[in-house]
Ligand binder design. Structure first.
Ligand code: DGY
Length: 309
């Protein structure tokens, strides 16, 4: 008999196919707040990086023993509530680090060199009326990274290939050849490009606010491949509109898939639909890891990638 898994997230077909073949899936993606009776006895819950697994949801599932997240970020999971019940949580670290770092560079280059605008410029025939405006030099520029974890370090390695001068902020200085700044404001004031590579949650909520944006200044460019909640989106839209910062490249938003309406009308922001890790190869690797975690749990084996304790 197949084991039951409660699924509360939209997942790619390459994962769904194998999931449905191996498990009895109860799909509550459309309305996780209103669980069918068949869900109440499940031991395994499958979510993604954007899912909200609240204390309330956990309390509705008295038999729950594992929460498997298809994604590295698990800020949507109430980890404290899970721990109190001894519920294990797994995620998919490492396999997506390269893609997210690549995409941070894509946004950085894309907004710095205005590649999306350049494409439109050619397509609309505007080129016939004169040259495209000058853009911003990336090579040799100063880069600040908020959060020098796995992804932050991978961004730094790529940026080093562009001869960028790298600095970072985080909980504490690390043994790396980059300058450490104790606060986000100090870091923002010292760089041309400020990249957010931290996860979400209470500790990072609105870490980038008006003060940070003003420290980044009218020549500064902000990139976010972490979580939307790290930026106060209203403050960012105002700073971009008033040209208090130069530009931004964003892959993540506070209220996905909704984007702050003021951002949509601005041409100094490059927008992407939370796709940094969405390559075929990486989503395949994430699917493999997700299924390995589920399989290990049901076999009573050590979980491949539990979240850090
Ligand atoms: C992650 O893995 O956390 C990515 O942001 C996709 O959700």
């Amino acid at each position: 008999m197949k084991s039951h898994v409660l699924k509360i997230a939209r997942l790619p077909e390459l994962l769904n196919e194998r999931l449905y073949a191996q498990y009895e899936v109860i799909d509550a993606t459309e309305n996780p707040a209103d669980l069918p009776a068949s869900a109440l006895g499940v031991r395994a819950l499958l979510a993604n990086g954007e899912s909200r697994v609240s204390r309330e949801l956990i309390e509705k599932l008295p038999e729950l023993e594992i929460i498997v997240v298809f994604g590295v970020g698990y800020d949507g999971v109430d980890v404290q509530a899970a721990r109190e019940r001894g519920i294990r949580v797994t995620h998919t670290p490492d396999v997506l680090t390269d893609d997210v770092a690549d995409f941070a560079m894509a946004l950085l280059l894309g907004i710095g060199r205005r590649t999306a605008d350049a494409d439109r410029f050619v397509r609309t025939g505007a080129w016939s009326d004169g040259p495209f405006p000058f853009t911003r030099k990336v090579s040799g520029a100063r880069l600040g990274i908020i959060g020098l974890g796995r992804i932050g370090k991978a961004i730094a390695r790529r940026a080093a290939g562009f001869d960028m001068r790298i600095a970072y902020t985080g909980r504490k200085p690390q043994d790396v050849p980059y300058d450490f700044f104790a606060s986000v404001v100090e870091l923002a004031a010292a760089v041309d490009f400020l990249v957010i590579a931290v996860g979400g949650g209470e500790q990072t909520l609105h870490l980038v606010d008006t003060e940070v944006l003003d420290a980044l200044g009218p020549q500064g460019i902000l990139i976010n491949v972490g979580r939307g909640s790290v930026i106060n989106e209203g403050a960012l839209a105002a700073a971009l509109r008033d040209k208090r910062i130069y530009a931004a490249g964003l892959d993540v938003f506070e209220n996905e898939p909704q984007v702050h309406p003021d951002l949509l009308g601005l041409d100094n922001v490059l927008l992407a639909p939370h796709m940094a890790s969405a390559t075929q190869d990486t989503r395949q690797a994430m699917a493999d890891l997700t299924l390995s975690n589920l399989a290990a749990y049901f076999a009573g084996e050590a979980l491949p990638t539990p979240i850090p304790v």
